[in-house]
Design a protein around this ligand. Structure first.
Ligand code: SF4
Ligand code: SF4
Length: 58
């Protein structure tokens, strides 16, 4: 699964713009990925300028 490292997130919202399922959202000013909506297409990870979106086991 993909998770947002909120310490790296610069709140640019690029991931939200590119996400086709609505999984990438802004919550409290930082990106958040809803695992129930995410289809792991990695588009957000590719577009993130600060490498804030990281892979995590589980
Ligand atoms: S693209 Fe990266 S830096 Fe921009 S809001 Fe998403 S996680 Fe944060
Ligand atoms: S991996 Fe794809 S579906 Fe999941 S949050 Fe990123 S852009 Fe959206």
């Amino acid at each position: 699964m993909l998770v947002v490292n909120t310490e790296k997130c610069m709140s640019c919202e690029a991931c939200v713009a590119v996400c086709g399922t609505g999984a990438a959202q802004m919550v409290d000013g930082k990106a958040y990925i809803d695992v129930n909506l995410c289809v792991e297409c990695y588009a957000c990870k590719s577009v993130c300028p600060s490498e804030a979106i990281e892979e995590k086991e589980g």
